[in-house]
Design a protein around this ligand. Structure first.
Ligand code: NDP
Length: 323
């Protein structure tokens, strides 16, 4: 059943679902095609109409776009206009000096390659995936402007930009009348660092905020609480270097504190983590990853829960506030 609520993305005409689905993991060449298909069907049924990709998602890089593109060209073709599809360029994709970072050359070639893999004429948002310390921001922004003016993207987005550079990029985009639609950055109960930088900057600019890794890649689901790594979990996957035994161990005490509060409140740790983010001021959409329909349904259900009460919010603040 679709009970999803939609929030306005900054000052734009775009509404995004409270929960969006990212295809960073679980959509690669080695992942189960039936599970991928089922997740897209389930997402659409649940009103999760925003799908977030990037050129390098897989593994291997490019394979998530290929898989999503083949589903879009087939069974889901009639649903294109119901979907809001993003992609990004700016991480390593091909050898040589043009295969990475934020030059006009890299971003525009990357977008063309993404469109081919996605089998689309345009994406809804094209992001600069990360700031490039070596390329003038005017050049990176110019590439986003060209992507929009050429009709290959409807909107421009920024990902992981530190506050000052974010403000500068927004100003340059506004001068070109291609306003920044959205800023994408990490935010979860184990990592609240954006509260003293990116989140206030994005609110002040009245630009949408979509936050990734809301479950800290699975640590905030409780699946690692026994100290062991379940066989099918992300932390076990050799092709997933961003979560491993050390990261799980470092966060174990904080996860226990938050899990105890979830138990007291009588909701699952997963839903507490998502519901908490949905209650933070300035958040447009919470961008989850899921490996199967069961996980996706549990995350989607969080959107329908009532807001967390004030006592619980205070206790969570005490347990997790950034120093
Ligand atoms: P999450 O924090 O939501 O982690 C997803 C993982 O959590 C799943 O793969 C699964 O792990 C586990 N999980 C999810 N739901 C459940 C559940 N109900 N029960 C148990 N386990 C669950 O998000 P991601 O880190 O995957 O990031 C989400 C999206 O954000 C990405 O797909 C991408 O689109 C975007 N992103 C953008 C970045 C950027 O640089 N702009 C960087 C990172 C992400 P398992 O597989 O172990 O079962």
């Amino acid at each position: 059943m679709n009970t999803m609520l939609y929030r306005r993305c900054g000052r734009s005409g775009v509404l995004l679902p409270e929960i969006s689905l990212g295809l960073w993991h679980n959509f690669g060449a080695g992942d189960d095609p039936a599970a991928c298909r089922a997740m897209i069907a389930c997402a659409l049924e649940r009103g999760i109409c925003h799908f977030d990709l990037a050129d390098n998602y897989g593994p291997p890089p490019g394979s998530a776009e290929e898989r999503f593109g083949s589903l879009l060209a087939g069974e889901f073709a009639a649903h294109r206009d119901e979907m809001f599809i993003s992609t990004k360029a700016g991480h390593l994709m091909w050898p040589g000096p043009y295969g990475d970072w934020g030059s006009r050359k890299h971003l525009l070639a990357g977008l063309d390659q993404s469109l081919k893999r996605l089998r689309l004429d345009y994406v809804d948002v094209f992001y600069s995936h990360r700031p490039d310390p070596e390329t003038p921001i005017e050049e990176t922004v110019g590439a986003l402007v060209q992507a929009v003016r050429s009709g290959k993207a409807l909107y421009a987005g920024l990902s992981k930009y530190p506050p000052e550079l974010f403000r500068r990029a927004c100003a340059l985009l506004a001068e070109e009348k291609v306003p920044c639609l959205i800023h994408q950055y990490r935010y979860n109960l184990l990592d609240r660092s954006c509260e003293i930088g990116m989140l206030p900057a994005t609110r002040e600019q009245q630009i949408g905020s979509i936050v990734f890794s809301p479950l800290a890649q699975g640590m905030l689901t409780g699946k690692y609480r026994t100290g062991s790594l379940p066989a099918d979990s992300r932390a076990r996957r050799a092709d997933s270097p961003f979560l491993n035994t050390e990261r799980v161990a470092e966060s174990a005490a904080a996860v226990e504190r938050i899990a105890a509060l979830a138990d007291q409140a009588g909701i699952s740790l997963t839903q507490l983590a998502l519901r908490w983010l949905l209650g933070r001021p300035g958040i447009t959409s919470v961008l989850i990853g899921a490996r199967n329909v069961t996980q996706l349904e549990q995350c989607a259900d969080a959107a329908g829960l009532p807001p967390l009460d004030d006592d619980l919010l205070r206790a969570l603040d005490d347990a997790t506030r950034p120093s």
